[in-house]
Design a protein around this ligand. Structure first.
Ligand SMILES: [Zn+2]
Length: 264
C-alpha cells in the first residue's frame, strides 16, 4: 500500500463533509494518508463502513456506540454491531468507553449504563478479534480500574486510547495493559500532554485528527480534516526528538500491529 501516514481516528463520514467528502478524502490520499472513520452510533457506524467501501484502498471504519449516546437511550444491539464488525474494512470496535463530562441526568445511573455498554464492546472486540477504540473523558480512574477488572476479557493487543488526556502515571498503567494511544490536534497548541507523550513507548503511539473537531495549528478556526494529521505527526516527532520521516514510519508500523495486516 502506498500510504505512509495515518489518521487513525477521524469522522469524514459525518455530515460536516456532506458537501465535499470525496475531495477531503482525496486530498488526504494524495498526501499518502490512510484514514480510519469512527462511528459514534449505529447510523454513523454504518456510514463509516459505506464510505470505506467507496474507496478501493486507504479508507477504513470503526463501529460502535459512543458513551455519551448511551444516556439518551442509545441501544447497543450486539448482533447488529457484530454483523458490522465482521465487515472486511472494519479495523476496530468503538468509539466506546466512559464519558462523565457530558452526563445530564443521574450520575450514578449513567455510570452504570455506560459501563454496561462498554463491557459489551469489550466482548464484541474479543469475539471479532479486533482492538477497541476507547473514548474517555473525566473518567480516567474509573476506566483504568474497569479495564484492570476485565483484563481477562481483553485481546492480547487490547486497543487504542483515543485523544489521551491522562497523566504520565495513567499512561503507564494503560501501557502495562497493552494499550496504544492516539494523539491529535491539541498537542500542536497545548503542552499539557507532553509528559504523557514522553512516557509512552514510541511503538505505542499513533496520530489522529478527530476531524471535524480540534483543528491543529496553524489551521485553528478552520474546519479540521484528515490532511492536517501531518501537523500532529510533525509535533509528535518534535516532542520525541526524532525526524518526521522516522515518526511517520514508526506510526505506520504501530498501525499495522494494532489494526492487523490490512495496512500491509
Ligand atoms: Zn472521535
Amino acid at each position: 500500500m502506498k500510504f505512509v501516514h495515518i489518521d487513525a481516528h477521524t469522522h469524514a463520514q459525518f455530515p460536516a463533509y456532506d458537501a465535499d467528502r470525496s475531495e477531503v478524502i482525496k486530498r488526504a490520499q494524495e498526501a499518502g494518508i490512510a484514514i480510519v472513520n469512527v462511528g459514534a452510533d449505529l447510523e454513523s457506524s454504518k456510514d463509516a463502513v459505506r464510505v470505506a467501501h467507496e474507496f478501493p484502498e486507504g479508507v477504513f471504519a470503526i463501529i460502535g456506540l459512543h458513551p455519551t449516546e448511551t444516556e439518551a437511550g442509545g441501544e447497543f444491539d450486539y448482533e447488529v454491531y457484530k454483523s458490522l464488525a465482521e465487515e472486511s474494512k472494519v479495523v476496530a470496535i468503538g468509539e466506546c468507553g466512559l464519558d462523565y463530562f457530558h452526563i445530564e441526568g443521574n450520575l450514578g445511573d449513567a455510570k452504570i449504563q455506560q459501563k454496561k455498554i462498554f463491557l459489551r464492546h469489550i466482548e464484541l472486540a474479543k469475539e471479532a478479534g479486533k482492538p477497541l477504540m476507547i473514548h474517555c473523558r473525566n473518567a480516567m480512574g474509573d476506566l483504568i480500574e474497569f479495564l484492570q477488572d476485565n483484563k481477562a476479557k481483553l485481546n492480547a493487543i487490547p486497543g487504542i486510547m483515543h485523544f489521551f488526556t491522562g497523566t504520565a502515571e495513567e499512561a503507564e498503567a494503560l501501557v502495562a495493559l497493552g494499550f496504544y494511544f492516539t494523539f491529535g490536534g491539541v498537542i500542536t497548541f497545548s503542552n499539557d500532554y507532553n509528559a504523557a507523550i514522553g512516557r509512552i513507548p514510541l511503538d505505542r503511539i499513533l496520530s489522529e485528527t478527530d476531524a471535524p473537531y480540534v483543528t491543529p495549528a496553524p489551521y485553528r478556526g478552520k474546519r479540521n480534516e484528515p490532511l492536517y494529521v501531518l501537523e500532529v505527526e510533525r509535533r509528535l516527532a518534535e516532542l520525541r526528538e526524532v525526524s518526521t520521516e522516522a515518526m511517520a514510519a514508526q506510526i505506520m508500523q504501530n498501525a499495522k500491529r494494532v489494526f492487523g495486516p490490512i495496512f500491509e
